[in-house]
Structure formats: structure tokens, C-alpha cells
Design a protein around this ligand. Sequence first.
Ligand code: NAP
Length: 260
Amino acid sequence: MTSLTDSALPTGSSILAGSSILTGSSILTGSSILVTGASGVLGGEIARLLAAKGARLVLTGRDRTRLEALGLPGSLIVADLRDPAAADALVEHALDANGTLDGIVNASGVVAFGPASAIGDDTLETLFAVNTLAPMRLLRAGSVALTASAAAGREPFVLTLSGVVSEVPTAHMAAYSASKAALAAWGKATGRELRRAGIRVFDARPGHTETGLVSRALEGSAPKLAQGLDPALVARRIVAAIVNGERDLPSAAFAEPVVD
Ligand SMILES: NC(=O)c1ccc[n+]([C@@H]2O[C@H](COP(=O)([O-])OP(=O)(O)OC[C@H]3O[C@@H](n4cnc5c(N)ncnc54)[C@H](OP(=O)(O)O)[C@@H]3O)[C@@H](O)[C@H]2O)c1
């Protein structure tokens, strides 16, 4: 069962002191954006940048204390994305809080390691529930509001964060790779369906990023990994893509300097 509670933080406070991201009017100014995984490292970084661009945020994760610790203006809602009912509740909350929904950032996710021959059932189900089914359900729940956003002349988007494993499925991460490859395939097809309605669905596929995600695996331990990407730079690249209307962010895009 989903535990859903909400609270509003003060709006309008100044954030992102020290960031070099450019401010100014963009599709994000005044937009209503739902960020899942906001209590996580990439979700939190992305949320900070979105707030700096003037977005009105609805931030979700399972841990209220970590959501509050972000100190961002917006509305908080605690939800467990394993629950199929969470998607409808989150969209309803966003509409109650902001009146519109102009974007969904899917930055929640879980990982697991180990041989495909031994991975547990609970782990398989959680990987697919959180990484794959939750973004699918969220878009379904939000599609009417996103269509209305486009009709009102805004530029709604849905971002998925499948990661490089959807381009290069990886040994000892087979189920994680599969959950993310399914997400990427779904996003590509859905983007084609919704393009005419003016809704942009796009996928970001950064390589290994130093967020500590691998230390929070559902099962198993990570193979030795090379130094990963800087989460702050990955987040900046993603937010630049949102603002610039990009339609795909392959792994190679994260090797280039960020221009925002
Ligand atoms: N780090 C990388 O190397 C990398 C590379 C490519 C793509 N990605 C993807 O980027 C996304 C963010 O990853 P990250 O590295 O920032 O990891 P992270 O810091 O561990 O963040 C993961 C987020 O997912 C949330 N989450 C996990 N299970 C959930 C559930 N059952 N219900 C609701 N929320 C849940 C966590 O919330 P709580 O723990 O607060 O509940 C947390 O906010 C993930 O989808 C990941 O697969 C990561």
C-alpha cells in the first residue's frame, strides 16, 4: 500500500547558490514538473536546476526527510512506486498543487547485480515495477494533463533515465539492463505516438555516474567499475536537453562539454 502524504514548502526562496547554470526565460519558467526519485542524487540535482529555471516542482520519493532536506520550493509527496496506484495519486497531487502538469522527470530507479541464473524473484519484480512499470503508469496517468499543456501552448515533456545499459546490456546486470532496455523501447514508441499531440518523450542514457546507486543494490554487489561521471554534470546535461527541446540523449552526449 502506498503511503501518501503531502506538504508545501515555502515558494520563491532563492536556491542554487554557486551554480553556473544560466537563468532566464525558458520552457521551464512557471512550468509544473513532477520529479520522481527526487530524494536520490540525480533526481535531487535535476530538481535544483529545474527550480533555478523557475519550474514549479512536485517532488516525490519514499523518504520525506530526504525530500525536505533538498530545501527546494514546491510540493512534496511520499510514494512507493512499486504500488500501481501511486502514479494516479502523484498526478492528482501535482494537479491539485499546481493546476497543470507540463513535465515528468523519471529519476527513480533501483539496481541489482549478480548472475541471471541466481537472481531472486522479489528483486526481479522490484526492478521492473520501479524502473519500467512506474514510468509507463505515470505517463498514462498524466497523458490528459500533458495533452492539455501542449494545447495551451506549452511544451510538455516526459524524461526517462534508462542509462547506458539500455544501449549495452551488461553481464551480471542482466535484469537491470532488461528493465532499462524495456523502458527505452517503450519511451521511443510512446514518443512516436505522442509527438503529434505535442508531448516530447525522451530518454537519457548516461554511463556509470558517481551517485552511490551501486552501493544501494537490491541484491548482489557491483563489479569493479571505472570512475563514473559527475552527477552534477549529468544533471546539467539533462536539464539543458529539456530546455533545448532535444529528443534523445544517448550515452555519447554525456562525453561532450555541457552547453547550457
Ligand atoms: N548512477 C548511475 O550510474 C546511473 C546511470 C544511468 C542511469 N541511472 C538511473 O538514474 C536514476 C537515478 O539514479 P541515482 O543514481 O540518482 O540513484 P539514487 O541516488 O539511488 O536515486 C534513486 C531514487 O529512486 C527512488 N526509489 C527507489 N525505489 C523506489 C520506490 N520503490 N518507490 C519510489 N522511489 C523509489 C529513491 O527514493 P528513496 O530511496 O528515497 O525511496 C531515490 O530517490 C535511476 O533510474 C538509475 O537507474 C543511474
